[in-house]
Design a protein around this ligand. Sequence first.
Ligand code: RAM
Length: 348
Amino acid sequence: MKTKHVLGLTAALMLGGTSLAYAEAIKINGGTAADMVLLPKFLGILVFDQANEGAQEAHAELANGGTLTFQGPTPENSVAGQIEMVTTAATQKLAALMLSNNAGDQISPSAQAAQAAGTKVVTWDSPIPSGAGEDLFISQVDFGSIGVVMADMALSMVGADGGEMAVLSATPDAANQNAWIDAMKKVLAEDAKYAGVKLVDVVYGDDQAEVSYNRALALVDKYPNLEVIMAPTTVGIQAAAKAMQDENLCGKVGVSGLGLPSEMVSYTLNGCAPQFALWDFRDLGYLTYYAAYGLATGQLTGEIGETFTAGRMGDYTIEADPGRANAKRVLMGPFTVYTKDNVEAASK
Ligand code: RAM
């Protein structure tokens, strides 16, 4: 919270004469009807259901007389399905489309068509890499910080003598995972303290449990000295932990990455996945809704420096996205690192 206020103030100072307008957080008023769609990568992932709960909470709070629809493709048809749904949004003249992008830059033409038809396109969880077709990205946490936390978790698992790590990611076009993996690679390469962490491979489990499970098994077959499977996906980390547990490999290969406490608690307590990180997906859905509703109803312009109040979550400021040229973000944060000491309480 503190950082956000400081950023808001800095922006206000830079804007000189208009500072008062920006220093004061814009209150988002409800009551205007706006049809909105929340589009996850695909249906069937628990954290996306949680994001929907948060969005529904905001929808009710703002008494939006329009509709909030939670819709997504099947896991097998994620890329084509998302593009098709974004294309439909343009023809339906939706007020706002809230997208967790699983199609990389391939989504841009349809997202730009939606914008041209008057739809505000707000990404959350996973942005459009080029920013083309996106009004704003609601960034769960700073993407660079995910690189650091994954490098730190890996380091603590391989220990002082070093060891091999493989990444088990989601889908190859997932902009969020790709950015986090790049951020981790950068941290590993730039700071000598991580010299012992040897990244041997990056594989994709497509955010599907069975595929991820099999990829995890294939990794331990291929790399007999593997010490860490780093899975920056709630689906992948759970599947990898189960695979290591089923093969009695938990003392040898540690699983880490980004996971949901309720899905990971048993693996953290039994040592298969000693530590992992995540943020709150309900809050992410709630904040995304507030920003998208503000844009769709003309209460926010989406300019850098604009500060708004997102209900119970407080004030947020639109800023340049440090990871993507010409793109804008709202930074939520923070993430929590879970271990055997706090995972049980968080899983309830
Ligand atoms: C999976 C999805 C999602 C990501 C989390 C960490 O649920 O890939 O996009 O944010 O993992």
